[in-house]
Every structure is written in C-alpha cells, then in structure tokens.
Design a protein around this ligand. Structure first.
Ligand code: PMP
Length: 413
C-alpha cells in the first residue's frame, strides 16, 4: 500500500503497540500506548546514549545533539514564535507548576472550576479567581470578561483548558485569548488532552504558554513540555536549583543560566524528550488522517451510546468539536461496576471516577458522583466502538452476565 510500516494498512493512521490484540482501548485520555515510531526511537536511544550537555565523548555528543534536536522538533510542533522556548518537564502537572513558580509577584490567576486539578491547584489560592463551571461557550467567555473587568490592574494569567478531560469538548481557545488580551492578561493552554488530537500553533492561538505530557501523546511516561514566552521564565528563580541550571557558583551568590537550562536542573530525561519529539513528528505528518479517523469513530460512539435508554452523556459546553471522548452514566448502575463488567466480559478498557476534576463532576454529574469515560485514539477501531456500544446496551437490557460482589478492592465476579 506504499505506507511506511509504522502506519497501519487498513486504517491509514500511525500504528501503536498493543499488548493484547483483542483489547479495546478506550482509555487514551489517561495514557496512550506507544506509537511504533516512538518505540523505535526509544530503542535507538537506549542502544547508545551518553550524558547530555556534560561530556565530550562520542555518545555524549550524539545524545546532546538528539536532545537539542528534540527541543527544536517540539518547538516546531507547537508553532513556537521567535523568543519562545521549550522547557522539558516531567508532565503537564509539572509544566504548570513550573509556570506557577515563575509568575511575577502578585500575578492574579483566573481559572474555570471545570479545569483538571493540575491546572486549577498550582496557583497561589489567595491570588486565584475561580470561575464557575460554565454552561456554554458564550457563558465561559462572559464569565472571563466579567472577572477581568472586576479585577485590579496588574499582571494577570488566564488558564485555558484546550480540551476537557471529562467531556472531550474543545474549548473556544482563540475567543478566550482575545478577551484576555483586551485586558492585557497572559494565557496558558493546558493541552494535555488537546495536543494528541488537534494542531497547536502558538501564533494562531495567541496563547503565551502551552503545557502537555508525553504519556498522553503516544510517548513514554516521565516527560512533558512547557513551551512559550521566555521573559517570565528567565526572570524567575530556577525551578530546580542544581547542576545544569548554573553558569557560575560563587561563595556568596550564584549566576543562573537563561533559557530552558535555567529550569531543567539535574540530568535531563533525554529518552523522554527524544521520544516526545518522535511522537510530535509522527502526529504532525498524519494530523489530517488521524483527525478524520477519530472524528468518524467519535460520531459513531456518541450516537450509539446516546441511543441507549438509561444512558446519559455528560456535557459542559455542549455542541463543541470533541477530541474523541464520551463520558456517560447508566441509570441504576454504579459507574465502577459498569467499567468492571466491560473489562471482564468484553475486554474493553474505560475509566470510571471523577477524573481529577471534582468541581466539574459535582456541577454536571452530581454532588460527589462518578461517571464512565470512553476516550478513543489510535488504538481504537470501528469494531471496538461497536463492541462498546453493544456491551452497554446488553448491560442495560439484561444486566451483567456474571454475578458481582462489591468488596474493599472494588467489584469482582
Ligand atoms: N490536564 C488535563 C486536561 C489532563 O487530562 C491531565 C491528565 N489527566 C493533566 C492536566 C495532568 O497530566 P499529567 O498527569 O500527565 O501531569
């Protein structure tokens, strides 16, 4: 078919590694399996790596070259503007925490309560304005405008979720950035769920920073990215004051590096950075095919589940483009029982719970309530979608095939 072997012949999208071929993976929102191209990049690095930025030997030079090429690839992936920098972090949580650490004194932060806890909690509580969970796109925009109008002058940062980890809804990023800019506020995009599915262009989106994780981007655990404006980052104390972050240590003071090195103290996760870059390159090459594949599967999944009596689909903004998530509840069934039945009886992986977004779940699922999240991606195909829809229908109509008891460890058959 002329496709490289890292692209599946039947679907035309990049292939990922499966441990069990019959397994229907609807848990991409939590962590994605490795792309074949990523696993190959990891293997290549593992065979010959040396110290990064710390040696003159061959392996050290090669690895340093790969590490800095990875940074350039990631800069390209996010459409970095001149003056932007890419800092490698541990994950999105760490990237947002790094930005929180770098905020100028007295910066006021604005975040919707629908945000993932990683985007809601790292900011100083007494300088954070929490906007309620909105009910529509227009409502989200209005809440921001009103809060900014009421706030005093000074440095301000608006935290925008690219795609909601509970509903998969893509937020109106450019519209929100436009409002923020009217008030001179800066913006950061939590792209943990957005980056795997939607092209990021910092220039077009107008956000000042973007944060995302490798393990949701078909790359391994342990590496993430904060990319964007360098001024606040260069003016802040190093995030990890250590080797690599210093240019000269004196008896009574230390001179710190500028640029990414300032916040990347210690030996970096070179394998993480290189594999994120491999994932970025693959996703960039295949964006259009991946988007079409996921949109088609999402439409089929959503319509299939919506047609089942007693199934309710969770929405916040409603009627927005979606990254491939359907979160739902089944009347009369504990969500954790539903996910256990799906795993045991049909080899389907979903996630149940409150998705590190407690205030969102309180607002749209119910006070203290849980739901079931099906999040699709490159490991999902049409048969998986049909299997999930049929399994939920069977559960609603006939109950579980096995008999389940609830113990401290959860449900068991
Ligand atoms: N933001 C969003 C929207 C997420 O979905 C997640 C992960 N569930 C995070 C932030 C945090 O990502 P990580 O756990 O990789 O730090």
């Amino acid at each position: 078919d002329g496709l490289p072997r890292t692209v599946s012949a039947d679907l035309g999208v990049p292939t990922v590694h499966h441990t069990v071929t019959d397994y229907a993976n609807f848990d991409h929102g939590a962590t994605t399996p490795a792309l074949v191209a990523v696993a190959e990049a990891a293997e290549q690095v593992q065979r010959r790596y040396g110290s990064v930025h710390r040696g003159a030997g061959y392996a050290s030079q090669v690895t340093t070259g790969w590490f800095e090429a990875a940074r350039a690839q990631v800069a390209d992936f996010v459409g970095a503007r001149s003056g932007d920098e890419v800092v490698f972090t541990r994950n999105t949580t760490d990237a947002l925490r790094l930005l929180a650490h770098c905020l100028p004194r007295d910066t006021q932060v604005f975040a919707w309560e629908s945000a993932h806890h990683a985007a809601l909690l790292p900011w100083a509580q007494d300088r954070t304005t929490r906007l309620p969970v909105p009910t529509s796109e227009q409502h989200a925009i209005q809440l921001l405008r009103e809060a900014l109008e009421r706030s005093p002058e000074g440095e301000r940062l608006v935290v925008i979720t690219g795609a909601c980890n509970v509903t998969g809804e893509i937020w109106p990023v450019t519209e929100l950035v436009a409002v923020a800019r009217e008030f001179g506020a800066r913006t950061v995009l939590d792209a943990a769920q957005y980056a795997p599915h939607v092209e990021i262009d910092l220039d077009v989106l107008g956000v000042d920073w973007v944060a995302f994780s490798g393990h949701k981007l078909y790359a391994p655990y342990g590496a993430g990215v904060l990319a964007g404006r360098s001024d606040w980052l260069d003016a802040a104390e190093p995030y990890l004051p250590a080797g690599g972050a210093t240019s000269r240590v004196h008896h009574d003071h230390t001179q710190w590096q500028l640029g990414p090195a300032r916040h990347e103290g210690g030996t970096p996760n070179a394998v993480g950075a290189i594999t994120i870059a491999a994932a970025c390159a693959t996703l960039q090459t295949h964006r259009a095919t991946i988007g079409a594949h996921e949109a088609q599967l999402h439409g089929r999944l959503r319509a299939g589940l919506a047609a089942i009596d007693r199934v309710s689909i969770v929405e916040v903004l409603g009627d927005r483009p979606n990254v491939g998530v359907v979160t739902f509840t089944v009347e009369g069934y504990d969500p954790s029982l539903v996910s256990q039945v799906l795993a045991d009886e049909d080899a389907i992986a979903v996630r149940d719970g409150r998705f590190c977004a407690h205030l969102l779940c309180d607002a749209v699922v119910g006070d203290g309530a849980c739901a079931i999240r099906a999040s699709l991606g490159l490991a999902t195909n049409g048969e998986h979608v049909d299997r999930l829809v049929a399994a939920v229908r069977r559960l609603v109509e006939h109950g579980p095939a096995l008999s389940y008891v609830h113990t401290d460890e959860g449900w068991s058959a």
